[in-house]
Design a protein. Structure first.
Length: 494
């Protein structure tokens, strides 16, 4: 591998794969390096005994969100994956001890749940006007107004409209799953922007239904990159980014320097800065800024392989009583009495993810961000399994073929992260809007993509959006010509 490239991309998560597509579409000679044998980063899927299981999980705005926009930008609309969308989903909820089972087309489950909600003491008829006003404000608020809420906690925004514990807990469950922090830390502005888009495009929210799992999304970007001539290498790590005189020179791969004046890293903003480059190449002020970044929660993911079709849910939640206390304990590293749980019936949305007659069920629950080896995750896994197998789905135990547990330690190892964070840098009040971590590094030619530097979305959508935003900035500064050559790009960076 002694060729020279216009652009080298490190990592094949949504941000990296999107960058390779955008770069090669512009005519730039592009190389993407992925250290694992699989592509997709935290949006990858792996197979065991005929079951295709997601490392993480993606519910996105399908073709209407950044994933579809990326493929339209590179003129590969035909590669947009098919999605199983909201209108087809069957939902299950367990809110503060109250089961709710319904679909969009069949409302009897919701009709049965409403009396329970009103008699629970958590919600009353008096709360309805405030909730309706809250929803309408989120739906119609303009961007400039939402920006005014960027540095204000969501809890304060919600409090303007309702004091209902039920509403605050339901929203808290959504924000914890989406942003990695809870209501008193998450940015109200970021919440408004994100859920405004979801409300407006609700029928398009969905899960890939191509037989691949969630990695259908980064895979579609890699197919677009390959269409324009990008070289994509698995099991090939970018070992070190070489910097000379304040600018990128290339990347060491298998002990050999591959020259490129542009390196785009999807390895994480800290991981790239500290390990792939080295702190000594950056000013202390920038390193100090990185040291103070707050990361979202870690998470435990259970993949249940079942010997029969046990449940027909597509998507669901468990939000416990005393939600805020239990969530705070979880994020602080104390095993909660009850866990918040997201449930995803992946094989109900795409039957090809499980062998015929069998079922795949995914359960995700938040936990603290910690360095690998810092927490014994076994009690957390056992507690989560007990709640699922005894409380939410009694009788499921005798149908389990296997239950695969993914802990933050495993996430960190698979993705070379310092922490086993589930999403990346948290979308907290001091890390969004103008304070979102930068895509452009202090070193010329070095750029970051991924959820660490993304905004205006949830998880994988943030990562894809980060690549779109980065290339928008590079185009506006004329750092990347429409059709690149090594000499042209080098000159533009000088």
């Amino acid at each position: 591998m002694n060729e020279k490239y216009d652009v080298i991309v490190i990592g094949s998560g949504c941000g990296g794969a999107a960058s390779a597509a955008l770069s090669s579409y512009r005519g730039l000679k592009t190389l993407l390096l992925e250290k694992n044998k699989f592509f997709g980063g935290r949006a990858a899927t792996f197979e065991k005994d005929g079951f295709k299981m997601d490392h993480g999980h993606i519910i996105s705005r399908s073709q209407k969100g950044p994933h579809g926009e990326l493929l339209r930008l590179v003129k590969c609309k035909d590669l947009i994956p098919e999605f199983f969308t909201f209108r087809k989903m069957r939902f299950y909820g367990h809110f503060m001890g109250m089961p709710i089972d319904c679909t969009r087309m069949k409302t009897s489950g919701m009709a049965q749940a409403i009396p329970r909600i009103f008699t629970s003491g958590y919600f009353s008829i008096m709360d309805i006007p405030g909730v309706l006003q809250l929803g309408s404000q989120i739906f119609i608020m303009k961007e400039e107004e939402a920006r005014k809420w960027d540095q204000i906690p969501l809890e304060e925004f919600l409090g303007k409209y309702t004091g209902s514990e039920f509403v605050h807990s339901v929203v808290g469950g959504l924000t914890a799953a989406s942003f990695g922090v809870i209501n008193d830390e998450v940015s109200a502005g970021e919440f408004i922007r994100t859920f405004q888009a979801i409300l407006r495009e609700g029928n398009n929210v969905g899960y890939p239904a191509t037989g691949e799992g969630v990695d259908a999304i980064p895979n579609s970007f890699l197919r677009a990159a390959a269409r324009y001539g990008a070289k994509v290498e698995a099991k090939t790590a970018g070992e070190r980014i070489v910097v000379e005189d304040g600018r990128v020179k290339g990347v060491y791969v298998k002990g050999e320097l591959i020259e490129s004046p542009v390196v785009i890293s999807n390895a994480g903003i800290k991981e790239t800065t500290y390990e792939l480059v080295g702190k000594e190449y950056f000013e202390k002020k920038f390193i100090g800024y990185l040291e103070n970044l707050k990361y979202g929660y870690g998470g435990i993911s259970l993949k249940y392989a079942l010997d029969k079709q046990f449940t027909n849910l597509s998507f669901g939640f468990k939000i416990p009583k005393n939600f805020k206390r239990n969530m705070r304990n979880a994020l602080d590293g104390k095993l909660p009495e009850e866990s918040s749980i997201m449930l995803v019936g992946t094989s109900n949305m795409d039957p090809r993810l499980a062998p015929p007659g069998k079922q795949l069920l995914l359960a995700i629950s938040p936990g603290p961000v910690a360095e690998p080896g810092g927490i014994d995750w076994d009690p957390w896994v056992q507690s989560l399994r007990r709640q699922i197998e005894q409380e939410l789905f009694p009788g499921i135990s005798k149908h389990i073929i296997f239950c695969e547990a993914t802990t933050p330690d495993i996430v960190a190892k698979q993705n070379s992260r310092f922490l086993g964070d589930a999403i990346g840098v948290a979308q907290s009040i001091d890390q969004v809007g103008e304070n979102t971590p930068p895509c452009i590094s202090p070193i010329k030619g070095l750029y970051y993509v991924g959820a660490d530097v993304g905004s205006k979305g949830i998880a994988s959508e943030m990562a894809t959006q980060s690549a779109i935003d980065l290339f928008g900035q590079l185009d506006s500064r004329r750092l990347l010509p429409a059709k690149g050559s090594l000499e042209l790009i080098t000159a533009s960076l000088l």
